[in-house]
Each structure stands twice: as C-alpha cells, then as structure tokens.
Design a protein around this ligand. Structure first.
Ligand code: SF4
Length: 66
C-alpha cells in the first residue's frame, strides 16, 4: 500500500473533533461507520478514534477534504 495512505488524507477522517478531551492531540474520528459501543441507553454512541498516521482497508482519497 502507498505511503500516502493515512487517515489524515482519507475522506472519512475528521481531525478536529474527538470523543473526549483525554485523547491525544493528533487523534481524530473515523466517520466510515456509524457510532459504536453506546455505553447505555442515555449515552451517545462513540465514533472510532484514530490517529492521523493510522489507516485501514476502507481508505478513500477520491473524496479527500484536506
Ligand atoms: S480508519 Fe480507515 S476509513 Fe477511517 S479514517 Fe482511517 S483510513 Fe479512513
């Protein structure tokens, strides 16, 4: 896989939002799938947290936003 493949250049990466202030500064959210792991009925679901240098098989650059 190309070295240009990373969450930071993926259409599904949102780099300015995180589920919690406790996550690393370089972390962002993967929006490929709906939120998961809703802790209880009154809590919201959580988006998977990834870092800018992560990647996965769903990488998509054709709708690149950054
Ligand atoms: S985990 Fe995969 S789909 Fe999600 S932002 Fe990273 S490369 Fe894109």
């Amino acid at each position: 896989m190309s070295s240009n493949v990373s969450c930071d250049s993926c259409a599904f990466y949102e780099n300015h939002v995180a589920n919690s202030a406790a996550v690393a500064a370089e972390a962002g959210l993967c929006r490929y799938n709906p939120p998961v792991s809703q802790p209880d009925a009154n809590a919201r679901g959580l988006w998977p947290v990834v870092t800018a240098n992560d990647w996965c098989g769903h990488f998509a650059s054709e709708h690149k936003t950054n």
